[in-house]
Design a protein around this ligand. Structure first.
Ligand code: IVH
Length: 686
């Protein structure tokens, strides 16, 4: 977003609407932006601007209660807590789906339909099977009036207050020609990202985390306090309908009904697609299986529905499910198996990770025999014991993990796990980091396991991107003492590598070529490859952008590191510590001697006649409009020298939100303090 736009947002004083037209327009604007954001995923304004419009709405409604409309976005924030949910009998029963677990089940399903109509070319709507809960939404005259859970299919619970907080569900249908009474059905679910945040909050509060996004969505929808629901950000996609007024004619195709829903601003899954015949269905299955790990929500399969509504009607329902639809299930991402033993693994930074050795089991289509148990605290919190039957989970590309024990299957002879006292790789003592869950091998670079992991990290794709140096080769290089540290890699020759197990001259040559080819890199990759604790790819790139040269990075203090986007106190301390260690500096020098290099940074064109020319500026706190690195770059382009700590030489302190001790210090030294708005106003046009 441009600085100008932000500037005007800053200067905007929020005042109430004085006319009803203004209020109606405000509602229309809020609905539009909420639809762009929650349904289309294409916001046109910033969160802050949306918040301002929402504030304006609240002020206006407080001042003019007579104007408030029943579908006002202000009704979404949650209501008084309920004592219980009322039962509601569904006017049209909510069915379940029959499952297909393999190709044979699919062709049986298809054949039954083909036999019935003596035809062999059917079109199906194929769509992701969302892993959430079915819900019925009732609209009367276009207004949302009631939401009910599926319950037993005949009687559900009234969860209207809770469902109202789901931003993507329209409180009033847009457009026209909708039936007087319309019940739509769909799935309430929780995004993976929302789930991760929620579980972190649960842990922070000392409460039990949810096992998966589905449980979290279910637990949330059954909250009696809708204000809690509002904070948990549930999502929704529509996939069907219940009661529809008799005087309204259904379209001929299911997909046409979905398009109407879309026009009325109900959210439909963008991955839904029409497919033809059994081949079309199986192509879609393969496509979705690939897509599955990249989706922001969990799916447990695909639902295929005959697209022709008159064929649907002719086929009808069994006691449980429609005969015209089927759920093709994906291999489960969560399965039960036996925990045979717990070993420990030593990571790059010496962290000891307990690893579950499992009775091999198929999880999400892949055989799994090891799964992470994260750390000792997790083992204790989950009360996982050797000999337990455990729930193992592998979502997408994520490392398989043990979710917890199945207590009902716990045998009498389970064994508690104890952290070993010595590193299994180098025999050094294992120590616990004070106040942390992590146990560390104290062997440092003496420990071959740590050196191996550091090398694996150094050669990895996002780091120096050296091909052909897999785990086995690295293990041999370290064990045979050919490589101690990353810089040793650049001294390897083809002959040495060809002498290792499973290596031919040709592949050895390729490895050497790839090692030499990695010499010219980028500053960001170089920083990332060093394997500094908690410095990931993004932080490494931010550091590179911020400091521009290795010398500047090397001589930075904690205060200066904190100026970089994404860098907090913990990471800043790791950075400072890393660059203070003589052996790290030796390895880095070795890399430079080997010829590691990257392009020169771009020269900054400094703006003349700026109030910041030759001024010393310190930035603190959180800025609204940009990260601190961008602010630093802008200030430098305006001629300023940006430093990390306040001293008598400081000319300005740019203080964002939550500024702390630097602000106090600047005040005591009488330094000019600028808030973000004042700073932006002073900045020359860039
Ligand atoms: S159609 C008449 N479509 O799966 C039944 N269901 O296992 C209509 N589900 O209770 C269901 N995604 O909660 C349909 N795209 C989708 C779905 C879907 C998830 C759920 C739904 C249903 C359950 C059956």
């Amino acid at each position: 977003m441009s600085l100008k736009l932000l500037n005007s947002a800053y200067l905007m004083n929020i005042v109430a609407c004085e006319t009803e037209d203004c209020y109606s327009q405000l509602i229309a604007d809020l609905k539009h932006h909420s639809y762009q954001y929650y349904v289309l995923d294409a916001p046109e304004i910033s969160d802050r601007q949306y918040d301002e419009l929402f504030q304006k709405l609240l002020i206006t409604e407080a001042k003019h209660p007579g104007w408030v409309v029943k579908d006002s976005p202000s009704t979404r924030v949650g209501d008084q807590p309920l004592s219980h949910f009322e039962s509601v009998t569904h006017r049209v029963a909510m069915y379940s789906l029959d499952n297909a677990f393999n190709n044979e089940d699919m062709s049986d399903f298809y054949q039954r339909i083909a036999d019935r109509f003596s035809d062999d070319a059917f079109v199906f709507s194929a769509e992701p099977k969302m892993d959430g809960l079915a819900i019925n939404l009732r609209y009367e005259q276009g207004y949302f009036v009631q939401a009910t859970t599926r319950g037993d299919g005949k009687v559900g619970e009234n969860v209207t207050q809770n469902v109202k907080t789901i931003q993507s569900i329209p409180l009033k249908l847009q457009g026209d020609h909708f039936p007087d009474v319309l019940e739509v059905r769909g799935e309430v679910f929780m995004l993976k990202s929302t789930f991760e945040k929620l579980n972190q909050q649960q842990l922070d509060k000392g409460e039990k985390p949810f096992a998966n996004p589905r449980n979290a969505a279910a637990g949330t929808l059954r909250q009696l306090d809708s204000k809690v629901v509002a904070q948990r950000h549930l999502s929704f996609y529509v996939y069907g309908w219940g009661e529809v007024s008799d005087n309204w004619t259904l379209p001929k195709k299911y997909s046409d009904m979905m398009h109407l829903f879309e026009q009325w601003t109900l959210p439909i899954n963008p991955h839904a697609s029409l497919v033809e015949g059994i081949e079309g269905m199986s192509d879609y299955y393969e496509r979705l299986l690939q897509l599955r790990p990249t989706l922001p929500y969990e799916i447990d399969g695909i639902v295929y529905k005959l697209n022709d509504i008159s064929l649907q009607t002719q086929l009808g329902f069994t006691a449980r499910a429609p005969r015209w639809a089927i759920a093709r299930k994906f291999p489960a991402e969560e399965v039960w198996t036996e925990l045979l033993d717990i070993d420990v693994q030593v990571g790059r930074t010496g962290a000891i990770t307990p690893v579950a050795r499992l009775q091999p089991v198929n999880v999400g289509g892949v055989m799994v025999s090891n799964a992470t148990l994260h750390n000792m605290d997790e083992i204790q919190r989950k009360d996982v014991r050797i000999g337990d039957t455990v729930i193992v989970r592998r979502a997408g590309d994520v490392i398989p993990e043990v979710v917890g024990p199945v207590l009902s299957k716990r045998p009498d002879n389970t064994v508690l796990f104890h952290m070993p006292e010595h590193c299994p790789e180098c025999g050094s003592e294992i120590v616990k980091e004070p106040d942390k869950a992590v146990y560390l091998c104290s062997g440092g670079l003496y420990c071959p396991a740590q050196r191996k992991r550091a090398l694996e990290h150094f050669v990895s794709r996002k780091a120096m991107d050296i091909q052909g140096l897999g785990t086995r080769l690295i293990d041999q290089l370290v064990e045979k003492e050919l490589v101690h540290h990353p810089d040793d890699l650049y001294r390897l020759d083809t002959e040495t590598i060809a002498g290792l197990e499973r290596m031919a001259t040709k592949s050895a040559q390729n490895v050497v070529d790839s090692i030499q080819g990695s010499l010219f890199t980028t500053f960001g990759r170089f920083i990332y490859s060093l394997g500094i604790p908690e410095v990931g790819e993004v932080t490494a790139n931010n550091l590179a952008q911020h400091f521009k040269t290795y010398d500047a990075l090397l001589s930075a203090s904690v205060d200066e590191f904190i100026l970089v986007d994404d860098v907090g106190e913990v990471v800043a301390n790791h950075l400072e510590h890393f660059f203070q260690q003589p052996h790290n500096l030796e390895v880095i020098q070795g890399l430079f001697d080997a010829g590691v290099d990257w392009p020169e940074p771009q020269e900054i064109v400094v703006q003349q006649n700026s109030p910041f020319m030759n001024k010393v500026v310190v930035i603190t706190g959180t800025l609204e409009s940009m990260g601190r690195t961008d602010a630093k770059n802008l200030l430098e382009a305006a001629g300023a020298k940006v430093t990390g700590s306040i001293s008598v030489k400081t000319d300005f302190l740019l203080a964002g939100e939550k500024a702390g001790s630097k602000l106090t210090k600047a005040e005591s030294l009488g330094i000019t303090i600028l808030n973000e708005q004042q700073w932006l106003e002073m900045m020359p046009e860039l």
